[in-house]
Structures are given as structure tokens and as C-alpha cells.
Design a protein around this ligand. Structure first.
Ligand SMILES: *Cc1c(COP(=O)(O)O)cnc(C)c1O
Length: 456
């Protein structure tokens, strides 16, 4: 075997030409989305009122294994892909581990995360359908930023409802979005009926993601030529994000490296689902075995402490019901939870794979995550996003286990983004003002008890 370089790149002609839909290889499929009114599986027609047609087709297709990546999207991918697969030589040395650690770094684009992989696809299909623009919500702003970049590339109008507290406290992300031409509105706003209603009911509210989703959906259906787009959780998003896993696999194969363990952070499950898809496919087809670990915050533990049930995807209860591991759509993580990954539910694909035992899950505490982030930044150079640092934490823990057992495992993890816009959280950590909060069973029971009772 040739010496493994610090960064493994792929040539342009080695880059994926198709996305991989892991549902095509699942014998037991994820449960279908349900119409919240009729509790029947949502139809193509119902979804097409809100989402772009081609994306609806991708969402509902659980048999086609490969979807061609349109040439226009492959062109765009070339601007920042392939993303490097890095051998973490410096981290290995620091830990004194016999393990070989690799990370797939998705922060190499201006938006700073993997979200651009799906944003550009969604913008492309909206343009192809002849739409004028798209609407969406954003919390901390990563998705809004990625979508703004994608929309400006295809000359589409982009309307982002940004949770008011983030709009006010995270002016930098907001300005990046505006620079790419997006219209950013603090939510709840006075522009939509639902926004006016929430403002009247809760004067001075600083908003929530659930409320921003409701506003973005209303804005999409009430304007001609607009559709709503979403940056995680949906199966179409995992499909687009499979480019991460396909590139990772191609790069490993190029050097004859067999991954033993694949680790990713899990918020809505899109980067994890994308990273693991081709590997999970091999497990499902009985060709290979991998240990796959989803890492979530102990303060928002959907997989490790949630229930597998049909639930609302949004707090506003306007979106279809999805069967997933959930803490209940009313669950709000504690305010001192700084490090992203605050979603109450989980992608239905990741949920089903977890339920089938293909994926393991682990929850980690905030200060331990930032300790890992700090160590990683100091030896590998990259300032990681707090979300990504959940995966770093577990990769380090596993590498330290290898040190005890003497095993030279190949550990691969997803480094989803950079932490330049998370410096308030880093400041808290540096000032030793960061604390861990783990919800009690009582806390969780409150929101779990409110999950609708739907026969799964
Ligand atoms: C959004 C985001 C995540 C979590 O989203 P998933 O859909 O679970 O991948 C993780 N890391 C970064 C940097 C993000 O921006």
C-alpha cells in the first residue's frame, strides 16, 4: 500500500456522478410521511403545493438506488468539492493511539458547512421548475447562508425567516445572507398571518424554529411561483448529502483503506445519513460490516432517550407527520445548550436504521464536546463547529480505547463545518462559564406525552 497522504483528494473524474438513496437497499423501509389532517400517507399532489416537484419525487421514492446528479450541480460542486478526507496524523500523535483517524471536512466553502450540498440541489430544481424563488427558516443561520449562496448562483429569490433572537444576536451570518442577496426577516414577523398571530399572543417573543418554519411555509404557499425548502431531516436532503459518503468511500478505496468505525454528529440526521449511506448500503446488502455511531448532545437526546413514533416535524404542526425517534415537537433544549443540534426529532431514514440496529447512538455533554474541539483545533488547525465537535469527542474516545487495547482501527468521522460564527459559545467555554445540562426523565416525559397517538 502506498503511503497515505495527509489529505486524500479525488480527481475530477473520480467524483460521484450519482447520489445514492440508501432506502433502495432497505428491506424494511422508513415509514411514510402522513398528512396531519387525514393521517393517510401524504400524496405527491399534497407535497407539491409546498415543495418543488422533482424534490417531492425524490422524497417519496424509496426504491430507486441511484439518482443522476445533474451536470449543473456537478459544476457547482467542483467549486468546493471534493472536500478533503484528512488523515489526522497530528491528532493521532497527540493521543498516542495506534488507531488511524480520518475526517471528511465539509467546512471548505463560504457557508462553512455541508448544508450547501443540498442547498444547491434544491435551488437547482426550483429553478428548473421555473419558480421565482424559495422560502425557508433558519435558526443559527448555517442553512440560510448555504441557501442564499445557492439561490444567488441560480438567480432565484431567497426569503429567509430567521429566529428573532439569532437575527439580533448573530448579525454576521445575517449579513452574509444579505450579501448573497437573500431577504432576511426576523421571525415572528408582521408579514405573515401566523407571525402576526404569534406576535399578538406573545408580545416581545424572540421566536423559535417551529414558528419560523410556519412563517416560511405560509410565505411559500401565499406567493405565486414560490416553494418552501428545508435543510435537514427530509429524505431528499439525505440523498443529496450522500455525496459526502460516496466521496469518502471512493477516497478510502483509492488507498485500500477499510473503515472500521464511522462517526457523525446527528441533529436532523442529514450529514450523518449522507456520510454513512454507502457504508450502510454495504451492510444492508450483506457485503461488509462497519460500526456506525451517531453522536447527539446529552441535552437533546432524540435517539438515546426519545421514542420511535409518528410526530410533528415542526412546533407549528403544519408539516407532515414523520415516524422518527423524537422527544416531542414541544421539546425545547435548555437555554445553556450552545452547541447546535437542537432538533427534537431525527431523519426517518436514520431512525429506521437505528431501530434495525445498524447504527448505534451515543450522547455527549457540552463541556466534553468543547474540550475535544479545543484539542482538535490546537493540533489539526481547523476551528471546528460545535456540532461537528460532537463527532470529534467520540472519535477521540474511541481512539483512546484503541490505545488501551492496542487495536489499529480505522476511525472515520464527519467534520461538518467551521466554528467562526460560534465564538460566543467558545467564549463561554474559555471563560469556564459553560455548564452541562441533562434533562431529567420528568422533563422529557412532558414533551413525549404530547406526541400524537398515531398507529405506526
Ligand atoms: C446543521 C449542521 C449540523 C446538523 O445537521 P444534520 O442535519 O444533523 O447534519 C451539523 N453540523 C453543522 C456544521 C451544521 O451546520
Amino acid at each position: 500500500m502506498s503511503e497515505i497522504p495527509y489529505k486524500i483528494y479525488l480527481e475530477e473524474n473520480e467524483m460521484p456522478k450519482e447520489w445514492y438513496n440508501v432506502r433502495g437497499d432497505m428491506k424494511k423501509k422508513p415509514a411514510p410521511l402522513l398528512n396531519p389532517g387525514t393521517l393517510k400517507p401524504v400524496t405527491k399532489e399534497e407535497l407539491s403545493a409546498v415543495f418543488c416537484e422533482e424534490l417531492v419525487a425524490q422524497e417519496l421514492d424509496d426504491t430507486t438506488r441511484f439518482f443522476e446528479i445533474p451536470a449543473e450541480i456537478r459544476e457547482f460542486y467542483k467549486m468546493y468539492r471534493p472536500s478533503p478526507l484528512v488523515r489526522a496524523y497530528c491528532l493521532e500523535k497527540k493521543l498516542g493511539t495506534p488507531a488511524h483517524i480520518y475526517y471528511k471536512f465539509e467546512g471548505n466553502n463560504t457557508s462553512g458547512s455541508h448544508k450547501l450540498n443540498s442547498a444547491i440541489a434544491q435551488a437547482y430544481y426550483a429553478k428548473k421548475q421555473g419558480l421565482k424563488g424559495v422560502t425557508t427558516e433558519t435558526g443559527a443561520g448555517q442553512w440560510g447562508t448555504a441557501l442564499s449562496m445557492a439561490c444567488s448562483y441560480f438567480d432565484l429569490d431567497c426569503q429567509v425567516y430567521m429566529v428573532k433572537v439569532s437575527y439580533e444576536q448573530k448579525p454576521f451570518r445575517r449579513e452574509v445572507m444579505r450579501t448573497y442577496g437573500a431577504k432576511v426577516t426576523p421571525s415572528p414577523s408582521m408579514d405573515t398571518e401566523v407571525g402576526r398571530k404569534i406576535n399578538a399572543e406573545f408580545p416581545g417573543t424572540t421566536g423559535s424554529l417551529g414558528c419560523a418554519i410556519s412563517e416560511a411555509v405560509e410565505a411559500a404557499v401565499s406567493q405565486d411561483g414560490y416553494r418552501y425548502v428545508l435543510g435537514s431531516v427530509l429524505s431528499q436532503v439525505l440523498l443529496h448529502q450522500s455525496v459526502i459518503g460516496l466521496e469518502t468511500k471512493a477516497a478510502l478505496d483509492k488507498y485500500g483503506i477499510k473503515a472500521d468505525m464511522i462517526i457523525g454528529c446527528a441533529g436532523g440526521g442529514s450529514n450523518l445519513g449522507g456520510l454513512i449511506s454507502p457504508f450502510a448500503g454495504e451492510i444492508l446488502r450483506g457485503e461488509n460490516n462497519y460500526e456506525i455511531i451517531a453522536v447527539e448532545p446529552a441535552s437533546c437526546p432524540s435517539l438515546t432517550r426519545g421514542v420511535y413514533a409518528y410526530d410533528f416535524c415542526d412546533t407549528g404542526k403544519v408539516c407532515p407527520l414523520a415516524k422518527m425517534y423524537t422527544l416531542g415537537s414541544g421539546f425545547i433544549p435548555s437555554a445553556n445548550h450552545a452547541g447546535g443540534l437542537r432538533y427534537h426529532g431525527m431523519s426517518s431514514i436514520v431512525s429506521e436504521l437505528y431501530d434495525q440496529g445498524l447504527i448505534k447512538a451515543r450522547s455527549v455533554e457540552q463541556t466534553a464536546v468543547f474540550e475535544a474541539a479545543e484539542m482538535f483545533a490546537r493540533v489539526e488547525g481547523i476551528l471546528p463547529a460545535p456540532e461537528s465537535s460532537h463527532a470529534i469527542r467520540v472519535a477521540i474516545d474511541e481512539a483512546l480505547k484503541c490505545k488501551e487495547t492496542g487495536e489499529a482501527k480505522n476511525i472515520v468521522f464527519g467534520l461538518t463545518g467551521t466554528g467562526y460564527f460560534d465564538l460566543v459559545a467558545y467564549q463561554k467555554y474559555n471563560d469556564k462559564e459553560m455548564s452541562d445540562y441533562i434533562p431529567t426523565d420528568e422533563d422529557l416525559k412532558k414533551s413525549i406525552d404530547l406526541i400524537p397517538k398515531v398507529e405506526a
